[in-house]
Design a protein around this ligand. Structure first.
Ligand code: PXG
Length: 463
């Protein structure tokens, strides 16, 4: 066993990597292969840059995990947390009590939200928000005397978190195989034109993919289905951006079949797509909306479910007690940080800035990478985007053994002090919304050298 270090002072001779390998189980990690290398220890961050314990300055093209919207090192958020901790570090919202930060945040979020999402329920993670939305959808139908309406339909490559309900709603088969395949969940194809569109135009494919939902509803029976859940853009599934025809058709299908529509905006919310919510970018009219990540820019855990009038009226007037909630539902410190974070987003015009920076980023990426043989597509909306690596640019053919080229490219990015994630062989990025033009140029330069190095590996058949 390793001695426990006193923080900073003993850190020089303490082997942090060894201690990590000995005692720390990481999320979504193959620990054996993790232990073959050394874990990278991030020690501080400012703006869009991370610093590691070897003093590398790394450009964070992922905004943490799609969450650090306002960038690192924002003292306003620290001050908001400290002030709230000094005044009231915790009180719950269960037994006829509330705190001012939670009320202020509910008021503000419901004013910002599109449509009639006039009520907010709080939790601490995106997964908990999804779990809550699914419980609300089923409770809605039970209250209305239609308990058979229980099935939740999600999409392949959808990601809705790691609680069992969220993982079952998501379309990640590896998660289903590890105990998260539940009855009363079904999945349809994602609107992934690059992968599945064949010779169809984008608009044709958008309708085609949406109508897979209609087919699935016919198969299961609308009388058995509670809700459809989808991310406006599927983030963790590889930044799958739907054609413009997709979401309006999904709205129609859900309405015609009396199925609730849940927009999972955990990644898309708070400006990521160039509008405040992805639902605005794509014309989605959700009954329920889940939010997390950008709500506090990741400075402290917080999530929310916004509830439309149709569901809220039933839950409030007819359900009686809704037996659901978390110790930290509406945590006052997290809500105070969220309010300060929204102040920054609004004051600095970060939503409009994300739209403009995204256009610039894609122009630069096209200029640098369009002629590279392994670059099949560059796509994005606002400051979320992807670069498809391909075995054949013309036919959009995937590499054999999917994921190996992507991993190689991700490692080249890391070696170039750039964080970009690989999803299969799709490189994905979502930098802080505060990224400057110079930093965009730097991101493009680093990504370009990583992709050229990957190209060279593929050509020399290092694989
Ligand atoms: N919904 C969506 C759309 C998400 O992207 C969750 C729910 C769950 O949120 P929590 O806070 O419980 O993690 C997410 C989370 C990745 C990656 O590697 C993506 C997420 C989380 C971790 C890793 O792309 N998204």
């Amino acid at each position: 066993m390793l001695d426990h270090p006193a923080p900073a002072a003993a850190s020089l001779d303490f082997d942090w990597q060894a201690a990590d390998a000995a005692h720390h189980l990481h999320p979504f990690s193959d620990h054996k292969s993790l232990h073959q290398g050394k874990v990278r220890i991030i020690t501080s961050a400012n703006g869009v840059y991370l610093t590691d314990d070897a003093n590398h300055r790394i450009l964070d093209g992922m905004a943490g995990l799609w969450c650090v919207a306002v960038g690192y090192g924002r003292h306003e958020l620290v001050d908001a947390a400290a002030r709230q901790m000094q005044t009231l570090p915790f009180y719950n919202t269960f037994f006829k009590t509330a705190t001012r930060p939670v009320i202020a945040l509910a008021d503000r979020l419901t004013a910002m939200a599109p449509g009639d999402l006039n009520h907010a329920f709080f939790a601490s993670s995106g997964s908990e928000a999804v779990d809550t939305a699914l419980r609300m959808a089923r409770t809605y139908w039970i209250t209305k005397g239609q308990p058979a309406k229980r099935v939740i339909i999600g999409r392949e490559y959808g990601y809705h978190g790691s609680t069992t309900l969220g993982a079952a709603a998501g379309g990640m088969v590896d998660m289903h195989r590890q105990g998260a395949a539940l009855p009363d969940f079904a999945h349809v194809m994602p609107p992934y034109w690059y992968g599945y569109g064949g010779q169809m135009s984008l608009d044709e494919f958008g309708l085609y993919a949406a109508r897979q939902l209609e087919d699935k509803i016919r198969e299961i029976g609308a009388g058995n289905i509670a809700a459809f859940i989808g991310e406006p853009i599927q983030g963790a599934g590889g930044v799958i951006i739907p054609p413009d025809t997709y979401w309006p058709e999904i709205n129609r299908i859900c309405r015609d079949n009396d199925i609730l529509l849940i927009a999972d905006e955990v990644i898309c919310g708070f400006g990521r797509t160039g509008r405040m919510f992805g639902s605005e970018t794509f014309g989605i009219t959700p009954d329920l909306m889940t939010l997390a990540k950008g709500i506090t820019s990741g400075y402290i855990p917080l999530s929310a479910v916004l509830v439309g009038d149709r569901v809220a009226d039933v839950l409030i007037n007819d359900t009686g007690e809704f037996y659901h909630g978390f110790t930290y539902s509406g945590h006052p410190v997290a809500c105070a940080v969220a309010l300060a974070n929204l102040d920054i987003i609004e004051r600095e015009g970060l939503v409009a800035r994300a739209a403009a920076s995204g256009i610039r980023l894609r122009e630069k990426l096209h200029a640098a990478l369009d002629d590279q043989p392994i670059v099949g597509e560059i796509r994005g909306t606002g400051l979320i985007g992807a670069i498809e690596l391909t075995a054949d640019k013309r036919t959009r053919r995937f590499f054999d053994k999917r994921g190996r080229v992507g991993t190689l490219c991700r490692d080249h990015c890391f070696a170039n002090d750039l964080v970009m994630r690989a999803v299969r062989d799709t490189m994905v990025f979502s930098p802080p919304l505060t990224i400057t033009d110079d930093e965009i140029d730097e991101l493009v330069a680093r990504a370009t050298s990583a992709i050229k190095a990957t190209q060279a590996d593929v050509q020399s058949e290092i694989l």
